[in-house]
Write a protein that binds this ligand. Structure first.
Ligand SMILES: Cc1cc2nc3c(=O)[nH]c(=O)nc-3n(C[C@H](O)[C@H](O)[C@H](O)COP(=O)(O)O)c2cc1C
Length: 191
């Protein structure tokens, strides 16, 4: 069975990051399944003026947060890892405290327990001490906080260029763990 990357989309601002990330995964032939939270569906509509179902073009499957019996809820489903883009403070908190109350929180919990890569593209400003503590908890548990902080050093001329560069940087980071054929590379520190 071909291993797939799991992609979570929450109700944090920055739905465009998710869209560009999914497009890029398809471009480089990394198969993925997507979990979208209820709030994520609302923000996709608000920010991209598109229906979340349109993302089906880029994913092999799309799950809603209430599909708690779906494969991402189980450690026996061999996903490559989980990237949550964008990741809300609510989902960050839920994973940091092991709540597993919906499919995305459960998938985050499973990803950590199975020692697979978990990358949270968090977005909020300003950050309170609870947000910062939760990020530290995730980092200490083996996850990666990859904040939605695009760089300006390559002088983007458009919003598209800015987002494109950000998702390329994210994929460059992910290439430590997966190659373009979707095979495992050892999770940092466990080689
Ligand atoms: C337009 C819009 C933008 C939002 N932006 C953010 C954000 O940048 N960061 C954040 O943590 N929450 C943001 N929220 C709030 C979350 O959507 C809300 O806390 C939600 O309950 C998160 O649920 P989820 O983590 O299950 O997606 C935003 C909400 C809306 C409607």
């Amino acid at each position: 069975m071909e291993k797939k990357l799991l992609v979570g989309i929450t109700g944090a601002s920055g739905a465009v990051y998710a869209l560009f990330f999914l497009r890029k995964l398809r471009e480089i032939s990394i198969p993925c399944e997507v979990i979208i939270t209820d709030a994520g569906k609302i923000v996709i509509k608000h920010e991209l003026e598109m229906d979340w179902r349109a993302l089906g073009e880029y994913a092999e499957k799309i799950y809603g947060e209430r599909e708690i019996g779906a494969p991402p809820a189980s450690g026996s489903a061999p996903y490559l890892g989980l990237v949550i883009i964008p990741c809300s403070m609510g989902t960050l908190a839920g994973i940091a405290t092991g709540q597993a109350r919906n499919l995305l929180l459960r998938a985050g919990d499973v990803t950590l327990k199975e020692k697979r890569p978990l990358v949270l593209v968090v977005r909020e400003a300003p950050l309170n001490s609870i947000h910062l503590q939760n990020m530290l908890t995730i980092a200490q548990a083996g996850g990666v906080i990859f904040p939605a902080m695009p760089g300006f050093y390559n002088r983007p001329k458009t919003l598209e260029e800015l987002v494109e560069h950000f998702v390329e940087r994210l994929l460059q980071f992910m290439s430590q763990f997966i190659d373009v054929k979707g095979n495992w590379k050892a999770w940092k520190g466990l080689e």
